[in-house]
Design a protein around this ligand. Structure first.
Ligand SMILES: [Fe+2]
Length: 447
């Protein structure tokens, strides 16, 4: 009897112990689509030995995957913990595949993973996300209700300072809960914003590099180089060690999903996209995306926007001619906490801009495009979708059109919202929805 009780108690403790952060899906270092897809499954656990195994259901039963690897993150205030990563392989594109995680032989977690689709799909986008607010939770719930195939966060992933403790507090519990089981079902992708970079005051800042697993397909930056996220020796060592090859390279990357080529750029102030090496990478990346029907650039700091807040943060504008040259269709940004959409436009900078100063230039605006009857755009549509959770900026501007730049077509800053692009071969239907799922804006783009 006694030994039975002891066994039960041990089982109970094990179950409680299993995860500090429950398993979540990441695209991993798989930038291009493949006939046999793969996904990374990550979870966090106490820094103690356990035998972890991951199995994926196939036609003939459960297939054990290669043993997971882990790195330890030992940066206060959280106790040292293990970040596990297992790569799930041989996955059929577009399928919903059951998987399970075992600890010491017992199943401790089960879910289904949605594998990258080759064709039509829905990748939901929002920025300025996890601040622990009611609105963040409401948007997460509304995103789940739209059944995305994947989710992209356009920077400022977690407030206030991109810290491991903040991820534990109000990132994973919101996007990967029993009630909102998003991250265990679909991969989350993202780009670091100004709140996700190393801050001198916190040893657990820049946890992005340790907690995410995204393609290492960006410029091959090394620690300490110009354009790399600047860490401080003696402060951020633990995060750098826990990040492995992801630091600093994972800040920018590109990947394909369905008919879309995504180019994801770290737009933080320490990056100079006019430097020859970065400019060459950007050109080569867009040029190589020949088979994609659509090209999307995603970054945190917008090139063109109308909000009084962050009006002078225009330092990404000089890349506009390169994006136009290679036929980019959409630029998706965050940083400004509201929703904005421009007319299709082209921009020629006339004067080099300094950080925090306006970048002037000549605009060519496609006045004919309305996204309803005229759906072929001549130029790039710039979208700010920074209303994913953090406090909204300049709500008064919603109704004061005279405060908008002449090329702004929609500006909604009195509601939290997210972007739902439904991509098909020759069509993108783009909707902006609020936390109740109500449509705030809708356009169609065709080729
Ligand atoms: Fe920001």
């Amino acid at each position: 009897m006694r030994s039975l009780l002891l066994a039960l108690l041990t089982l109970l403790l094990q179950a409680q112990d299993a995860f500090l952060v429950k398993p979540y899906l990441q695209l991993g270092d798989a930038p291009r689509a493949a006939a046999k897809e793969r996904l990374d499954l990550m979870w966090h656990a106490v820094d103690r030995d356990s035998v972890w195994t991951v199995e994926v259901q196939g036609s003939k039963g459960w297939n054990p995957q290669a043993a997971p690897v882990f790195r330890v993150l030992n940066a206060p205030p959280l106790p040292a913990h293990r970040i596990y990563r297992a790569t799930l392989r041989n996955l059929p594109p577009g399928a919903s595949v059951p998987y399970r995680v075992k600890q010491n032989g017992s199943v401790v977690f089960e879910a289904e993973a949605l594998i990258r689709r080759l064709g039509a799909h829905r990748m939901i986008v929002f920025g300025d996300a996890a601040n622990g607010s009611r609105e963040q939770a409401a948007i997460a719930k509304a995103v789940l209700a739209q059944h995305p195939d994947a989710v992209f966060i356009a920077g400022d992933l977690v407030y206030g300072r991109g810290r491991a403790a903040e991820y534990r507090g109000h990132f994973f519990p919101v996007y990967n809960s029993e009630a909102v089981p998003l991250m265990r079902r679909v991969p989350f992708l993202g780009v670091p914003g100004n709140h996700d970079v190393p801050f001198a005051a916190f040893r657990d800042a820049a946890a992005y590099f340790a907690y995410w697993s995204q393609p290492l397909s960006g410029p091959p930056l090394k620690p300490g180089e110009p354009n790399a996220a600047p860490v401080i020796a003696g402060v951020h060592d633990a995060v750098v060690a826990a990040s492995g090859p992801a630091f600093p390279r994972m800040a920018s990357f590109s990947f394909d999903y369905g008919q879309v080529h995504w180019t994801v750029l770290d737009s933080n102030v320490y990056v100079n996209w006019e430097s020859p090496a970065l400019k060459a990478w950007l050109e080569a990346d867009l040029k190589a995306a020949k088979t994609a029907t659509w090209r999307i650039v995603a970054l945190h700091h917008p090139l063109f926007q109308s909000s009084r807040s962050h009006m002078d943060d225009q330092w990404m504008r000089p890349i506009s001619p390169i994006l136009e040259k290679y036929g980019v269709d959409l630029v998706l940004a965050g940083h400004v906490h509201n929703y904005q959409r421009t007319a299709p436009l082209r921009f020629k900078p006339t004067k080099a801009g300094l950080r925090g100063r306006p970048v002037e230039g000549e605009f060519t605006v496609d006045e004919a495009f309305d996204g309803k009857t005229i759906t072929r755009a001549k130029g790039i549509i710039h979208i700010v979708t920074g209303a994913g959770g953090a406090e909204l900026y300049d709500p008064w501007q919603t109704d004061v059109k005279t405060s908008w730049q002449p090329w702004t077509r929609t500006f909604i800053s009195d509601k939290h919202s997210f972007t739902v692009p439904d991509v098909a071969e020759k069509t993108i239907k783009l909707r902006q929805l609020d936390a109740e799922g109500r449509e705030l804006d809708a356009i169609t783009l065709t080729k």
